[in-house]
Design a protein around this ligand. Structure first.
Ligand code: PXG
Ligand code: PLP
Length: 456
């Protein structure tokens, strides 16, 4: 069913008449989240993709263990999505999103809210996860103000959280490397402690036992700042970018209860967990905890065209709908909100997910994935293994004085051996496309094992 269409031996063309890799000039492009000088000295280029695989410009096949960057959930080059984008580009390239509309955005919104918890029945479109986060934070503050609680402006994030790279997102985010360079950030932000606890929870299968009480940090925030100053709490239900940190059993439920007690909005950042990664359409549906606002991106278009979105409750939406009807209720939006190509890609993506039942496939594959990952216990330098659905984290013992280096070396060597993985700090983060088969999982895990054993 998911057979890749390009044989490994077929030499890949250089799409669009691009220069051959040897002749490629790399000076002008300042690359994102990349060691630019190191990369340009020894580049790793991708030229084609289909199904579970990438191909380099030389035609070397590489298995995709990361769904690109946690986004290509249905696998690469899926025909329905490709066709939808091509047809939309022919039919209408662009439509202004302010005070104008096009049918596909409305169709898409209706389709999306069929998948979310019933309470989340409004959708606001953005172009990325970072923009979804900014949008949700502004909605939260604006909601309280509209209800006459304008003092609720404080935002609570969590240590080790990743919420994109814009100023709001890095302010509520908890990654020092992304924050320290950029000055005072957004004022009035505080952070819960993270939930990662190797001493008590190492080698958990699924959610760990210990740490639900860490949600009580929110009670301490209320005691310190007073609930009347707090607009919202934002968390990733499962933290992806900082190394696959799972919520302790009962933690999200407890956070929900404390938010309810004090009228604080709960925002789930589901940019990674959304669209089937955990085995249910969203983490909210997986854990049975409904946030007030939910950010998504990545899998919404299978990574094919940039798009993000924020889901909101009727109550949040309606709080804005009170002024004169000819006035803009929420002064926010992007030139490319609900871009026609993105909407077409998203509709093709939802069709593909539905036809192949991909939004629940991770639940079916989880036992196979879990057993394969945990077979790495005892392999040199492995200090923890974490998994849920089709997300896995393998934490390695850092090289003394050189944090991150061991995992990056494993990444490089896996790439040489034809397996693409993602690493963050000294954790290997696996998130294969949801079409993954057992043989692919075996290849990923055995390649990692071989590399770790070789360097023991
Ligand atoms: N929130 C979460 C939870 C994310 O994972 C974003 C927001 C930002 O989305 P955009 O589309 O603006 O990138 C993300 C993105 C990694 C990695 O190394 C993960 C992301 C981005 C870059 C790197 O795991 N996730
Ligand atoms: N900067 C300028 C000068 C603009 O005119 C605009 C949009 O009109 C933006 C930034 C924001 O761009 P976008 O809507 O793509 O986020």
């Amino acid at each position: 069913m998911h057979k890749d269409s390009i044989p490994a031996t077929q030499p890949a063309a250089h799409p669009g008449g691009a220069a051959s890799p040897a002749a490629l000039k790399m000076d002008a492009h300042w690359m994102p989240f990349t060691a630019n000088r190191q990369f340009k000295a020894a580049p790793r280029l991708l030229a084609k993709a289909a199904g579970m695989h990438y191909w380099t410009p030389e035609g070397r096949q590489v298995l995709d263990g990361a769904a690109g960057l946690w986004c290509v959930n249905a696998g690469h080059a899926r025909p329905r999505i490709v066709k939808a984008i091509a047809e939309q580009a022919q039919e209408m390239d662009y439509a202004p999103p302010f005070n104008m509309g096009h049918p596909k955005s409305f169709e898409l919104a209706e389709r999306l809210v069929e998948l979310t918890p019933a309470a989340l029945n409004k959708v606001f479109f953005t172009n990325s996860g970072s923009e979804a986060v900014e949008t949700a934070l502004k909605m939260a503050i604006g909601y309280h103000r509209a209800r006459g609680e304008g003092s609720r402006t404080r935002l609570i994030g969590r240590e080790r959280g990743y919420h994109g790279v814009n100023f709001g997102g890095i302010s509520v985010g908890g990654i020092v490397g992304n924050r320290k360079t950029f000055g005072p950030l957004v004022p009035g932000v505080d952070h819960l402690r993270h939930t990662h606890d190797l001493a008590r929870n190492a080698y958990s299968r699924g959610v760990p036992e210990h740490g639900a009480d860490l949600a009580d940090d929110l009670e301490r925030m209320v005691a310190l700042h007073d609930a009347s100053t707090i607009a919202a709490v934002i968390v990733e239900p499962v933290a992806g970018s900082t190394g696959v940190l799972l919520p302790p059993k009962g933690y999200l439920q407890r956070l929900r209860a404390i938010c309810d007690k004090y009228g604080i909005l709960l925002i789930f950042d589901e940019v990674i967990t959304g669209f089937g990664r955990l085995g249910s359409p969203f983490a909210a549906t997986h854990f049975g905890v409904t946030p007030d606002l939910m950010c998504v991106a990545k899998g919404i278009t299978n990574g094919c065209v940039p798009m993000g979105a924020v889901f909101a409750t009727q109550a949040i939406h309606d709080a804005f709908m009170t002024g004169p009807e000819h006035l803009i209720e929420f002064p926010h939006g992007y030139t490319y909100s609900a871009h026609p190509l993105a909407c077409a890609a998203a509709l093709g993506t939802l069709d593909t997910y539905a036809e192949e039942e991909l939004l629940t496939r991770a639940a079916k594959m989880a036992p196979v994935f879990e057993n394969a990952l945990h077979s790495l216990k005892g392999v040199p330098n492995v200090i923890d293994i974490r998994n849920i659905g089709l997300v896995g984290g393998i934490e390695l013992q850092p090289i003394a004085g050189d944090p991150g280096k061991r995992a990056f070396n494993v990444f490089l060597e896996c790439w040489e051996r034809g397996v693409f993985i993602r690493t963050t700090g000294d954790t290997i983060a696996l998130s294969p496309p949801l079409i993954v088969e057992e043989s692919h999982i075996d290849q990923i895990v055995s390649t990692i094992a071989d590399v770790l054993k070789k360097h023991a």
